[in-house]
Ligand binder design. Structure first.
Ligand SMILES: [Zn+2]
Length: 167
């Protein structure tokens, strides 16, 4: 790979124009097809002059990607997926469902009365078994306990007040 830098302002600007024009079209299509705000995509993936310089040097430095915007509850599709969790796609304009679920709901909606988001809520209580703190749910499934409630894992089952480990 050539390590010659593109020094000419003129060349850089024109390349940028050509590449970004092409990118704009592609990102716009992706946005429509996958129901993502294409403005976000364009913001994130269109190239800057620095990106272009990186392409022409053998730099391994990667552009820091902006974190994906966290969607508000109100912006999310209300359909339930095959995994029995809420769909994570943005709802389409004027509708409470994303494009994928708009005309095709197989597993119901989160506002159905009997839906419980398995991923979001597992009712547990803290218990001390053999001197260690665990979380135990209503089916006596034992989880690791951590104060920040992160990285909680299933350990096993509570039987006769001790933990029978998952094998
Ligand atoms: Zn959906």
């Amino acid at each position: 790979m050539s390590t010659t830098k593109l020094n000419s302002e003129y060349v850089v600007n024109n390349l940028l124009l050509i590449i970004n024009n092409k990118l704009l079209g592609i990102l716009d299509e992706i946005g429509t097809d996958y129901n993502i705000d294409s403005k976000d995509l364009i913001d994130k993936y269109c190239l800057t002059k620095d990106d272009l310089q990186d392409l022409t040097t053998s730099s391994t430095k990667r552009k820091k990607r902006k974190k994906r915007a966290i969607l508000n509850d109100n912006d999310l599709c209300k359909a339930i997926t095959a995994k029995n969790i809420r769909c994570s796609l943005r709802k389409s304009t004027g509708c409470e469902l994303c494009l994928k679920h708009k005309n095709n709901i197989k597993f119901g909606r989160i506002d159905d009365n009997n839906f419980q988001d398995k991923e979001a809520f597992i009712k547990t209580k803290k218990e001390i078994i053999d001197g260690t703190e665990y979380l135990v749910d209503t089916d006596n499934i034992v989880y690791t306990f951590s104060t920040d409630l992160k990285n909680i894992k299933v350990l096993g089952k509570k039987v006769n007040n001790s933990v029978e480990l998952h094998t």
